[in-house]
Design a protein around this ligand. Sequence first.
Ligand code: ACO
Length: 333
Amino acid sequence: MPRAAITAVGHYVPEDVYPNSYFESYLDTSDEWIRERTGIRERRFARNGATSDLIVPAARMCLEQRGITPADIDCIIVATVTPDYFFPSTAAVVQRKLGAVNAWGFDLSAACSGFIFALVTAAKLVESGAAKRLLLCGADKMSAITDFQDRSTAVLFGDAGGVVLLEPSEDEQVGVLDYVLYMNGEGGKYLYMPAGGSAKPPSLETVKNREHYVHQEGRTVFKEAVVRMAEVTLEIMQRNGLRAEDIAWLVPHQANLRIITATAERMGLSMEKVMVNIDRYGNTTAATIPLCLSEWYAAGRLDYGDRLILVSFGAGYTWGAVYVRWSLPKPKD
Ligand code: ACO
């Protein structure tokens, strides 16, 4: 079987930057609290448009990088918890907006682990020959489901889109090499959106009670995230005989700098080998990992053969790690 290799990577963030001082202006919070407890300095919010509008420019960046057209794409997977609509899928909307007339596709919901879960799904489609040029999109317009009156969640999130192109590769050294994925539905009640689904359809009551927003027991989720991210990272390293010095980059989901630091410490990895951009974007849910990959690649900080560990923890609970060897040489200046 061929490997599934990442052959292009793109991202998009909205123009409007909201520094921590924006929240200081109307909530009982401070720049200091937000920076110290989360590592976030600023985030971006899209004033207009939907999640598909965060994906399309990132997808175009991929296509241009690879020198192919939308018609060359045969599958689109969108990981998101903020789809444009319940249905049709955001993948279908992206297909129309891009003009990817030869693609089928679907959405996948695994919250902050969405990109990792979708990457494994996509890799299996590519390895089996079911897809040959697959656009894998991780994107969330978190501002659409954030309660801007709730200081404990409002300061955490941002909007962004990230896309990778996956293609079969005969080069056995690179691509998606291994993965470990987990889920525990018992954790569902600590991080969720109470209303809007079939369990609690929208009503005047649900709107009045602000139930169409992210609800989170932050401390409970934090404790679980720290343990699980470290556990799963060590598991994938052991399975593959990897030592800290073998790893070029840890690419963690960006929910909280303290969770990221704790994970790196458990791996024995210096923070110089950890991709961190939470300070500039906050938690963009399914977009954090491809956004990191795209920025690091564009900056010439990723090279052919680099060993990467992608790791995430999110609502569900869902968590997992993927071992990838980077298949692209550094971009030319
Ligand atoms: N400004 C000032 N004070 C605040 C703020 C704020 N923005 N938010 C909360 N506080 C207060 C609380 O009210 C509390 O006050 P109290 O002690 O008087 O009750 C105090 O700060 C501590 O609150 P905690 O929630 O315990 O703070 P904590 O240090 O845990 O940080 C945070 C909160 C940042 C949310 C953290 O718990 C966290 O990162 N949790 C995990 C997030 C995560 O990984 N989520 C999964 C991915 S997201 C997804 O899947 C969509």
